[in-house]
Design a protein around this ligand. Sequence first.
Ligand SMILES: [Zn+2]
Ligand SMILES: [Zn+2]
Length: 284
Amino acid sequence: MKMKGKWTKFCPKCGKTTDELFESVCKECFTAGINLIDPEQMNVTISKCKHCGGYFKGKERTSIEDAVVDSVRKELKRKCSGKINELKIDLIAEEDRTRAVLNVRTEIKGVELEETGEIEVFFNTGLCETCNRIASGYYAGIVQIRADDRFPMEEEIALAEKIAYSVLDKSDFISKETTLKEGLDIYVSSIDCGRKISRGIVDRIGGSFSESSKLYGRKDGRNIYRVSFSVRLPEFKEGTVLRIGDKTISVVRMIKGKGIECVDVNTHERVLLRKQETKKLKFQ
Ligand SMILES: [Zn+2]
Ligand SMILES: [Zn+2]
């Protein structure tokens, strides 16, 4: 009868002799007992805004891929103390559900493991912070677009609006626009956003802007201000050629409080445009 060596161990589960035991079983039995990707136990739920369709990690806007990777990592860490060497995720969006095929390489107690499996991705839908603020009509400032001794042209207003939307950051929004006979008011989500819009308009169309703040209230012991940005579009200079209806006119002078004196380029007839008529002017 052959004697077993003094230090020879055997696996109590499969009976195999082995030099190394992991949690008192052999390597094969140890790895066979690990089931990292268990669809029943993994909860991958992503925050999604039902209004803008954005995906979020906490308050931070992210892509669906990043949100899923983040959530899967957290779930894996919860199940095993080992380190995740590699994680590959393929998202499969179907009509009524989203599946994720996972491939994970981990190392637990020095043993390398690779596992592939599939889980379902769930969504927690609500309104994100930005959409919630839009819905409640929140604004921090107003950009007031006006012109000196005339009303802004419809073309200028359209251009100003286009500029306003083009400079918005992801977290900025326009909560309201009010058209007035003398111009346009744009209600914006942040003071910085109001400043960017005002500067953008002045850079493109000309004129100038100034800002003034008004105490609006207090929050968490701090004063909250609302800022008005007064954008003044430029006067028309003598010789500026514009169109109105089927006429082409040249500006002679601005008449304070009254309007613009012009001359018809073709007939040389004098044309006086009242303030409210200046809206209909068009660039050449
Ligand atoms: Zn074993
Ligand atoms: Zn949203």
